[in-house]
Design a protein around this ligand. Structure first.
Ligand code: AMP
Length: 402
């Protein structure tokens, strides 16, 4: 029998997240995380889900990604699931930036590695770490197909009218400045799962997907294809996020440089790490912000209101972009769990056929579900995202085809 397991790797600069799945039934066999790679206090947390077994944690120096993957393989091997297993069909890698070149999951070879490397200038924080993870995994299992699944791929269907910034075309082309979008694996998964929830084919429905996690993005999905998304050249544009500002007049940057005397790096850090919810009220966790709002904290209330105002603007904008909307789907940490965010974002949109039923909205569940009142013209849904499953499924489908 051909192998059916897929290892999904999400390699960051100092961390590796992983999941091992069996694609016969999409079940998870193990999940885990290595953090603080390169430090004295690296930590490995491994949870076997296959036949039970408790979570195992260890702390100690893990100098680099190679050592991290070897440690992961050793953990998996304790349950008979090591990287050397003949049951492993492929490794699927999350790659953040695929530029314009990668519109689909791609089997990795030297040319693919070179192209991901060529994209480093537009994804300086992410692509180098993704490449390290890929190179390490290839060295450990050179015989095994490895697949890159790109965060940007789902958005490559955006028309030029949505993907281009209104700046000098030659300059934009020279520096590859355009709107790429991110969280694509999640937007693809959730838009499809929303169609399924409605009992319709993805090609028949138009969905606004609101991926609200620590990072946040919205997308307009027309008949299964992305036609607009809120993140741009980098994941900084769009919605208010945990620590990122989202949309902003670019002249704020000139002002900070000329009047404030801040360096480019300082402004980068300010907008990416010290803005958004944390910049507005000191907290980036929506649970904490809601707790403070409930206690009457004005600063938290303002942060919440700004977050909701931006969200509403995007719902309205994408409604207009799509013309007809069948569903609005909330997903990721905030979207799946924060009922007050969903309620506030949809409040007042009855004229657009949008409403939330308070009782349905209060239900807590891991399942996709509708929260709009029965008979509503436009469905409002909560659809838990599963990026790892989507990466595994795309990887497996590609390997099975070849
Ligand atoms: P993610 O990036 O998708 O993992 O989402 C992480 C964020 O989800 C956290 O920073 C929280 O703001 C938010 N979150 C998680 N659980 C809850 C909850 N029960 N209520 C409100 N927000 C939550």
């Amino acid at each position: 029998m051909s192998p059916t397991r897929v290892l999904v790797l999400n390699s960051g600069s100092s961390s590796v997240k992983y999941q091992l799945l069996d694609m016969r039934d999409n079940s998870r066999l193990a999940v885990g995380l290595v953090e603080r790679i390169g430090e004295e206090t690296s930590r490995l947390k491994h949870t076997p889900l296959h036949g039970g077994g408790a979570t195992r944690e260890s702390t100690g120096p893990i100098p680099d990604h190679e050592a991290a993957l070897k440690a992961v393989s050793a953990e998996l091997a304790k349950d008979g699931l090591g990287l050397d297993s003949s049951e492993l069909a492929a490794i699927g890698h999350r790659v953040v930036h695929g530029g314009k070149s990668f519109t689909e999951p791609t089997v990795i070879d030297e040319a693919v590695l070179a192209e991901i490397e060529r994209l480093i200038p537009v994804a300086p924080l992410h692509n180098p770490a993704n490449l390290t993870g890929i190179r390490t995994a290839r060295a450990l299992r050179p015989d095994l197909p490895q697949v890159a699944v790109f965060d940007t791929a789902f958005h490559t269907t955006m028309p030029e009218s949505a993907a281009r910034y209104a700046i000098d075309v030659r300059t934009a082309d020279e520096y590859r400045i355009r709107r790429y979008g991110f969280h694509g694996t999640s937007h693809a998964f959730v838009s499809r799962a929303t169609a399924e929830l409605l009992g319709r084919a993805p090609e028949d429905v138009n969905v606004i997907v609101l991926h609200l996690g620590n990072g946040a993005s919205a997308s307009a999905v027309e008949k299964g294809r992305c036609v607009d998304t809120s993140m741009g050249l980098t994941p900084l544009e769009g919605l208010v996020m945990g620590t990122r500002s989202g949309d902003l007049d670019p002249a704020v940057i000139f002002h900070l440089a000329r009047v404030g005397g801040l360096s480019t790096d300082e402004i980068d850090t300010l907008l990416n790490k010290r803005s958004g919810l944390i910049g507005l009220c000191g907290d980036n966790d929506m649970r904490e912000i809601r707790r403070r709002v409930d206690e009457g904290d004005q600063q938290a209330q303002l942060a919440f209101d700004i977050y909701i105002h931006r969200l509403k603007k995007y719902i309205g904008a994408y409604y207009a972009v799509l013309g007809r909307v069948d569903a609005v789907a909330f997903t990721a940490g905030v979207g799946e769990n924060a009922a007050p965010v969903r309620e506030a974002a949809i409040a007042g949109l009855q004229e657009l056929g949008l409403a939330v039923d308070a009782e349905l909205n209060a239900v807590r569940s891991d399942e996709p579900r509708l929260i709009s009142p029965a008979g509503a013209r436009v469905a409002v849904a909560v659809v838990p995202t599963d990026e790892e499953l989507e990466i595994a499924a795309q990887t497996y489908a590609l390997v099975a085809r070849n």
